[in-house]
Design a protein around this ligand. Structure first.
Ligand SMILES: Cc1cc2nc3c(=O)[nH]c(=O)nc-3n(C[C@H](O)[C@H](O)[C@H](O)COP(=O)(O)OP(=O)(O)OC[C@H]3O[C@@H](n4cnc5c(N)ncnc54)[C@H](O)[C@@H]3O)c2cc1C
Length: 491
C-alpha cells in the first residue's frame, strides 16, 4: 500500500514492522520489493520524504548542504521524490571491474568486503530491475559484428576494452509505484520525512517521520535501513552520533563522513586513429552500448594507478592532429582512413580522507543539523588519467594505428572548476575490520546491531563505472541474505 501523508486525513500514528527502510530511491525500492516478495510473512515499511512529483522549495531546502571552497552542484545531484534521483539519472550502467574491489597498499584503503563473485548472482536481476536488455559485457561480442568500430590492440597491451550498457533510463518511482501499492505486506509512506531514530544501547528501536505540516508517525521494527542517498544517509548517521567522539567504531568511526568522492571527466587531448571507431554510445543489435578504452588489469596492478576509461568523439574541425598526417608513408601508419577525435575520460577518484561531510550548527525545519561538504580531489587522479593517455599514445604509435596529442594541463583553476557526475561515494565505507570502515559487508553499522545502510556511500574504492547497478545488486544481496533466515532469526 502507498499512503501519502499529505493527502490522508487520519494517517497512522504508529506502525510495527520487521524492516523499516528510509528513502525510496533505487536502493530503497528494490530492497523493499525484494523483501516483500521473498518474505510474505514479514511487514515492510518504506518511508519516503518526497511525493510522486518534484519536491517543493520548502521540501528541497530540508537537505540543503553548505559548501567549502570547491563548488558542487548539490541541488541538481538529487531528487527528493518517490524513485529518488532515478527521477533524472542518465541510465549508464556497467558492473565494476574485478580490479575495483581491491586497493593498492599505498592507498591505505581497505578492499571491498564483498567480491565481484559475491555480487555476480545479484547482478543478473539488477539488470532486470534497471530494464537493461542484456547483462553481457564482453566487447568481443560487439567486435565480431562490427569490427570497424574497434582498434586492433596487440596481445599484452596495457590498453584494454570494456563495455557500458544503458537503462532506458528506468524512473524507479513511476515504474514500480503500482507494485509498491499492490504489495499487501508493504506500507509505503510518502511525504514521510525521517527526523529521528530512537536508540537503546546498540539497537535502534524506532524511527519517526512526518509530513511537514503533519503529526509524527513512529515505526518500531527489528531492523532499520538508511537508503537516503550518499549525502543524506551520512547526515542522518552524523546526527545520530551527535556529540559523541569519533575515535571508536561504527557510528563513532573516524571514517564516517570522510572520503567523499564523485566521478569526473578529463579531456586530455586529441587522438588521430582509424576512421569510424565506436568508443562512444552506439547501436548494436537494436540496443545501445558504449565500448570504452581502459587500462588492462595487468597495467593497473603494476602501476598502482586509479582506474579510468576513455571515449572518443569524432571532431572533423580539430586540426591539431590533421587526418592528412596519417598519409605520411614514412610514419608507418596502417592503410585505413584516419579521423581526428577528441578524447574524453572518466576518472576513478582516489579516496581522500580530507574530502568530507561534516555537520554545521544550523538546523533544518525537521530539527536535524545541516551537512557541510568539503569536496577535494586527490592529486594522483589526473596523473593516473594522463599516464593512461600516454600508454594509449604508445600503443597507437607502435602498432601504426595513430597518434595522441596531449593538450591538458592540471592547473589549479581547471581542477577548481571540475564538475562531479552526481555519484555520492565513500562516506560510510564498508570493511571487514571495524577499524577500516563504518559498516560491515552487509552494510550494518559495525557497533549497531540492527542499523544498516544501502547506498553508494558504502563503496570503499570507486572504479569508474556509474554506481547504480552495483547499488541495486547490493540491495538484492541484502534482501536475499535476510530472506534466507528462519522466521525467528534476525531479531
Ligand atoms: C543528473 C544525474 C545523472 C545520473 N546518471 C547516472 C547514470 O547514468 N548512471 C548511474 O549509475 N547513476 C547515475 N546517477 C546517480 C544515480 O541517480 C544514483 O546513483 C541513484 O539514484 C542512487 O540511488 P539511491 O537509492 O541510493 O539514492 P537516491 O536515488 O538519491 O534516493 C534517496 C531517497 O531518499 C529520500 N530521502 C532522503 N532523505 C530522506 C528523509 N529524511 N526521509 C525520507 N526520505 C528521504 C529521497 O527523497 C530519495 O527518494 C545520476 C544522477 C544524476 C543527478
Amino acid at each position: 500500500m502507498l499512503t501519502d501523508l499529505n493527502l490522508t486525513p487520519q494517517p497512522p500514528r504508529h506502525l510495527d514492522a520487521d524492516v523499516c527502510i528510509c528513502g525510496a530511491g533505487p536502493a530503497g525500492i528494490v530492497l523493499a520489493l525484494e523483501l516483500a516478495r521473498r518474505r510474505p510473512d514479514w511487514r515492510i515499511v518504506l518511508l519516503e520524504g518526497g511525493g510522486r512529483s518534484l519536491a517543493s522549495e520548502r521540501e528541497r531546502i530540508l537537505y540543503d548542504v553548505g559548501l567549502a571552497a570547491k563548488s558542487y552542484a548539490v541541488a541538481a545531484s538529487r531528487r527528493r521524490m518517490l524513485g529518488g534521483t532515478s527521477g533524472h539519472w542518465g541510465g549508464w550502467c556497467k558492473p565494476l571491474d574485478p580490479a575495483d574491489f581491491t586497493a593498492p597498499a599505498a592507498w591505505s584503503v581497505p578492499d571491498w568486503p564483498v567480491t565481484l563473485d559475491d555480487l555476480q548472482p545479484y547482478l543478473a536481476s539488477a539488470h532486470v530491475w534497471c530494464e537493461i536488455p542484456s547483462n553481457r559485457y564482453d566487447p568481443d561480442e560487439v567486435r565480431a559484428r562490427q569490427p570497424q568500430r574497434f582498434l586492433d590492440l596487440p596481445a599484452g597491451s596495457p590498453v584494454a576494452e570494456h563495455l557500458f550498457r544503458f537503462s532506458p533510463p528506468t524512473r524507479f518511482g513511476a515504474r514500480y509505484a503500482d507494485e509498491l501499492a499492490g504489495q499487501s505486506n508493504l506500507d509505503g509512506l510518502l511525504h514521510a520525512n525521517l527526523f529521528a531514530l530512537e536508540r537503546r544501547g546498540d539497537r535502534i528501536v524506532s524511527a519517526s517521520a512526518r509530513a511537514l505540516d503533519g503529526k509524527p508517525v513512529r515505526i518500531s521494527a527489528r531492523r532499520f535501513v538508511l537508503a537516503q542517498g550518499g549525502l543524506e544517509t551520512t547526515r542522518t548517521l552524523l546526527n545520530l552520533r551527535g556529540d559523541a567522539s569519533d575515535d571508536g567504531e561504527g557510528l563513532r568511526s573516524p571514517h564516517l563522513g570522510r572520503y567523499f568522492a564523485d566521478h569526473y571527466g578529463v579531456s586530455p587531448g586529441t587522438v588521430l586513429a582509424p576512421a569510424e571507431l565506436g568508443y562512444r554510445r552506439m547501436a548494436d543489435q537494436d540496443t545501445a552500448v558504449m565500448p570504452v578504452l581502459a587500462p588492462s588489469p595487468g597495467a593497473l596492478r603494476q602501476a598502482g594507478r586509479q582506474n579510468v576509461c576513455l571515449m572518443l568523439a569524432h571532431d572533423p574541425a580539430d586540426d591539431s592532429l590533421p587526418a592528412s598526417y596519417a598519409t605520411h608513408a614514412a610514419l608507418g601508419f596502417s592503410t585505413r582512413a584516419f579521423w581526428s577525435y577528441r578524447a574524453q575520460m572518466i576518472v576513478e577518484p582516489r579516496p581522500h580522507p580530507e574530502s568530507r561531510i561534516t555537520l554545521t550548527d544550523t538546523r533544518c525545519e525537521l530539527g536535524l543539523r545541516r551537512a557541510h561538504l568539503d569536496w577535494r580531489l586527490h592529486p594522483q587522479d589526473t596523473a593516473s588519467a594522463l599516464a593512461f593517455f600516454d600508454d594509449l599514445g604508445t600503443v597507437l604509435a607502435q602498432s601504426g594505428q595513430g597518434r595522441t596529442r596531449l593538450t591538458y594541463e592540471a592547473t589549479p583553476a581547471r581542477l577548481a572548476s571540475v564538475n562531479g557526475a552526481n555519484h555520492h561515494l565513500g562516506t560510510v565505507r564498508f570493511a571487514h575490520d571495524p577499524k577500516d570502515g563504518v559498516a560491515d559487508a552487509d552494510g550494518r553499522i559495525h557497533d549497531m546491531e540492527n542499523l544498516y545502510v544501502a547506498s553508494s556511500a558504502l563503496f570503499p574504492r570507486y572504479g569508474y563505472s556509474n554506481p547504480t547497478l552495483t547499488i541495486v545488486a547490493l540491495a538484492i544481496r541484502l534482501a536475499s541474505r535476510w530472506a534466507g533466515e528462519s522466521a525467528e532469526a534476525g531479531t
